[in-house]
Design a binder for this molecule. Structure first.
Ligand code: NAI
Ligand code: MG
Length: 502
């Protein structure tokens, strides 16, 4: 470990102390060295410097963690009452708030996201997610369906925890992605083996410690850090894992699906999108332009629901695009921990190359660079907020998820009715989110019905509420996180029928 490392001045004592620690796996309530003995370097994406190293887990570590989770599922956790789970989860939420600054600083330095967003959005958001799901723990129940069998019957359904769940998450929202999966699983009574991204494991490890401190019994939440292959692959294929929940790329989602077929474990997938934003000429255009910018430039566009394809009526096009370009060109790029930073870096050199590669491909295929373009800054992985116009279906920038701050803008006209506007908006293999900007109620609701997307926001770019189901149509995935739908992901339904005539 490099003892001469200098810390960013915005990092407080607690975050510094955490970064300076030896980061191990969390198995059965204990910090554990990985079987491989290898360590992965964890970078600050704004500088490219190493800020910590984490244990590189192996398939053997996965076996140990799954065994611990199985024991905890059969033992203490299944005997914990729903009310006790609620109390533990509420304590967990309080501990998160008590460590909010530390968590936000760690999230910012490792993911690159500006600190105010981490402190004011991500950390309060995960505490709220825990509280929301804690409320469900005591409200999960079955039904008493009326049956038409001969004689007298008493029939009912039970909703039971699915068992040991593997949760594999990406690097864009390390805290949120962890909690969107941990909270419903805990509420349902499942036990967990989580694999954070190899690039951003730090805050998940800290959450694991806080969970223990809150009273989550050992073995209920295990964390195995390391690479997709072997750790994620071993979890997805594991015969003693009952369910795998994944967020990330479609390519990896398909691999997980294949691996899960061995024991037919339950699978839920959140695989990103290419979400359309439709601006009608009667919209509040200033609000729409601001919304579009937040949607695609927040966290440098590394958001699965980012509004990456913009459709504006031709009468409003120039006004909206000029407002967007003005904001894009004025955005202050910098270190997430520097005061005043509006946009941080993308996560890695690889992601930088991917995003700039897409921008070039767009230009080669005939799109016009309206704002931004290419990389910025001498060090770290920065991309300027970028807007492409003259984009057409069939171009890679139109069809594929870029996962960077790149907006593709298109026009529609009075010749287009809602069906043809929606057909254009629906014209990708994805179907995660969509946003509609109009001041006409009927236009809003009629368009919402025509969009093939799991999430539709009207006059808003996002709706980050724990009660609203989140997930996609088409190739954006399987299942819904948040809301009661998330509890459904972590439970099985059992039908019990009792013949009262015997
Ligand atoms: P990825 O999908 O490969 O990684 C996500 C998680 O899956 C990580 O924890 C990774 O270690 C794990 N993983 C990788 N290979 C695995 C395997 N064979 N079995 C099980 N787990 C495995 O995403 P990556 O490569 O970091 O990014 C590539 C692109 O994916 C991005 O440019 C973006 O377009 C998309 N992406 C979408 C996200 C979303 O929220 N929908 C999040 C991250 C990436
Ligand atoms: Mg990958």
């Amino acid at each position: 470990m490099d003892m001469t490392r200098t810390f960013h001045p915005a990092l407080g004592e607690a975050a510094r102390a955490f970064l300076g620690r030896e980061h191990l796996l969390l198995i059965d309530g204990h910090a554990a060295e990985s079987d491989s003995g290898q360590r992965t370097e964890i970078l600050d994406p704004a500088t490219g410097e190493v800020i910590a190293t984490a244990a590189e887990g192996s398939a053997t570590d996965v076996d140990r963690a799954v065994d611990a989770a199985r024991r905890a599922f059969a033992g203490l956790w299944s005997k914990t009452t729903p009310a006790a789970r609620t109390r533990i989860m509420l304590r967990f939420a309080e501990l998160i708030e008590a460590h909010a600054d530390e968590l936000a600083q760690l999230e910012s330095i490792n993911s690159g996201k500006p600190l105010p967003a981490c402190r004011n959005v991500d950390v309060p958001g995960i505490a709220e997610m825990l509280r929301y799901m804690a409320g469900w723990a005591t409200k999960i129940g079955g039904e008493t369906p009326a049956v038409s069998l001969a004689g007298e019957w008493h029939a009912y359904t039970l909703r039971e925890p699915v068992g040991v769940v593997a949760q594999i998450i990406p690097w864009n929202f390390p805290l949120n992605m962890a909690m969107w999966k941990i909270a419903p699983a805990l509420a349902a009574g499942c036990t967990i083996v989580m694999k954070p991204s190899e690039q951003t494991p730090l805050t998940a490890l800290r959450l694991g410690e806080l969970a223990l401190e809150a009273g989550v019994p050992p073995g209920v939440l295990n964390i195995v850090t390391g690479f997709g292959d072997p750790v994620g692959a071993a979890l997805a294929a594991h015969p003693r894992v009952d369910k795998v929940a994944f967020t990330g790329s479609g390519e990896t989602g398909r691999r997980i699906l294949h691996a899960a077929s061995g024991n037919l474990k339950r699978v839920s997938l959140e695989l990103g999108g290419k979400s359309p934003v439709i601006v009608f000429p009667d919209a509040n255009l200033e609000a729409a332009a601001a919304g579009v910018c937040s949607s695609i430039f927040f966290h440098a566009g590394q958001i699965c629901a980012a509004g990456s394809r913009l459709y504006v009526h031709e009468r409003a096009f120039d006004q909206v695009l000029d407002a967007i370009a003005k904001r894009a060109n004025g955005m202050k790029l910098g270190h997430g921990l520097d005061a005043g930073t509006e946009m941080g870096p993308v996560i890695s050199q690889r992601q930088l190359a991917r995003v700039t590669g897409y921008i070039s491909s767009g230009e080669i295929e005939g799109a016009t660079l309206f704002a931004g373009g290419a990389a910025d800054q001498e060090r770290g992985f920065f991309v300027r907020p970028t807007v492409l116009t003259n984009v057409r279906p069939g171009m890679r920038v139109h069809d594929e998820e870029i996962f960077g701050p790149v907006l593709c803008a298109m026009k529609f006209s009075d010749d287009d009715d809602l069906d043809s506007i929606a057909a254009a908006a629906n014209g990708t293999t994805y179907g995660l989110a969509a946003s509609i900007w109009t001041s006409d109620l009927a236009t809003a609701h009629r368009t919402a019905r025509r969009l093939h997307a799991g999430i539709v926001n009207v006059n808003a770019l996002s709706s980050p509420d724990a009660a609203l189901p989140y997930g996609g149509y088409k190739q954006s995935g399987w299942g819904r996180e948040r809301g009661f739908e998330a509890i459904e992901l972590y439970t099985e339904v059992k039908a019990v029928a009792v013949n009262l005539n015997v």
